[in-house]
Design a protein around this ligand. Structure first.
Ligand code: SF4
Length: 420
């Protein structure tokens, strides 16, 4: 039931369905992370006196010297990198003992994320929560957004990420809906394998970036024409044929495997800000299965070209294409593509594609390792733990992009090899 007095956001069905599953959760939200505390909550918590909870707050809540606003303070994690506020049932003792009104903004809203699409608020979730990932990835419904009552009175401020102002004609923001519709179509359209659809998107982004640079007088008409041409080349099969010949599978797979191995090693070498390594257990299990899967294929075929087929995963993906499609759509929509943080569309696209390439690669290896036991649950496990370890790490992608740039491999061609 929508209230006129509350903030309302547009949200896909999985966000409407989401509910934290608490102690039944296979992971916990805060494990391995730094939990930010906003100033108001910090003050309220520091005023608590005389209880065991109050002394834990005193010990573990510390002012963040570089923080402000919602990151005014932080909870120091215990020696296992777990939140010291968690009780034995893996529930938050603040919520259990004194109520949700004492939770910091971060803890209250996680895993939800509100973004502003011009004047409209939209809500998605990060996929680092296993329950949110399960609902999002396994849904076969479409992505039509429906209004959701956020239960927050209109006078109260909401933490909204991103946001942009729709500018006049001749800008990307003015054409936001048209570009978003094209992105959705490519993510969902099944007339070509997903790597070809994503490559077509990258090449279209490149053309749009060039248009933004050259500022033609009738920008909006050119943009529409450019999208129409891409659409046609997808429908009539010309694009599919061209790239099949340019990127033959046997040639690119070896390079793809080497690049992804380098990226994975780079992440495994990284530590937290406090120099402690953090590896989510589920992610480590998935990486071990990936390595095992590739070794198995290599032993069985003894030929690198054979290794490149990964037919098991291709078949799985064909029978459940919505899983990776939902991953892509959630990534594009929740980052407000094409109005994401970066101005170039190709840059925004590359970020999504590097993550997508890593996920596909790991899933292929895992499916070889697990054989007929490989299931939707393995996809959810890999994607939620990947989001935790890689997507929530703000330094990983810039480092990878620097690494590719240093090797002169930062163009669309390299991304095409990665997603092939
Ligand atoms: S990760 Fe998600 S389901 Fe698990 S405890 Fe946190 S919010 Fe709840």
């Amino acid at each position: 039931m929508l209230s006129k007095n509350h903030h309302i956001a547009q949200a896909p069905e999985y966000v409407h369905q989401f509910k934290c599953i608490g102690s039944s959760c296979p992971d916990t939200c805060c494990n391995g992370w730094s939990v930010d505390i906003d100033k108001n909550t910090f003050k309220k918590m520091r005023d608590l006196k005389g209880t065991e909870l109050a002394s834990r707050v005193k010990k573990y809540f510390k002012i963040n010297p570089e923080g402000s606003g919602n990151s005014y303070a932080r909870v120091t994690m215990d020696s296992d990198l777990k939140c010291p506020m968690q009780n034995e049932e893996k529930l938050c003792s603040i919520q259990v003992e004194i109520g949700a009104e004492y939770l910091s903004h971060t803890c209250k809203t996680y895993p939800r994320k509100i973004v502003k699409n011009s004047f409209v608020k939209e809500m998605y979730t990060t996929l680092s929560c296993p329950e949110a990932a399960r609902l999002c990835l396994l849904s076969e419904d479409g992505w039509s957004l429906k209004p959701l009552d956020l239960g927050v009175p209109i006078g109260k401020p909401l933490l909204v990420q991103g946001g942009y102002k729709e500018e006049a004609e001749g800008t990307i923001s003015f054409n936001f809906e048209m570009i978003r519709a094209f992105v959705y179509e490519l993510c969902r359209g099944r007339n070509m394998p997903s790597w070809k659809r994503m490559l077509l998107l990258g090449l279209t982004c490149q053309k749009i970036d060039a248009m933004v640079e050259s500022k033609p007088e009738n920008f909006d008409a050119y943009l529409e024409q450019c999208i129409l041409e891409s659409r046609l080349s997808s429908i009539n099969g010309t694009f599919s044929e061209q790239v099949e010949n340019i990127l033959p599978i046997a040639k690119v797979k070896h390079l793809q495997a080497s690049l992804i191995k380098l990226m994975t090693e780079e992440r495994l070498r990284m530590t937290r800000a406090d120099q402690r390594p953090f590896f989510n257990e589920t992610f480590i299990r998935c990486i071990k299965q990936t390595v095992d899967g590739y070794n198995k294929s290599l032993e069985a075929s003894n030929q690198i070209d054979e290794l490149t087929r990964y037919s098991r995963f291709e078949q799985f993906d064909k029978s459940k294409p919505h899983i990776l499609e939902n991953y892509l759509i959630n990534g594009f929509f929740s980052s407000l593509f094409p109005m994401g943080k970066k101005t170039s569309l190709v840059d925004q696209w590359s970020d999504q594609m590097i993550r997508y390439a890593l996920i596909r690669f790991y899933l292929k290896g895992m499916s070889e390792s697990l054989g007929s036991d490989f299931s939707e649950k393995d996809c959810v496990d890999l994607i939620y733990s990947f989001a935790k370890v890689i997507e929530h790490n703000s330094t990983f992608l810039p480092r990878i992009k620097e690494m590719l740039k240093g090797a002169d491999m930062d163009g669309i061609a390299t991304i095409a090899i990665l997603i092939r």
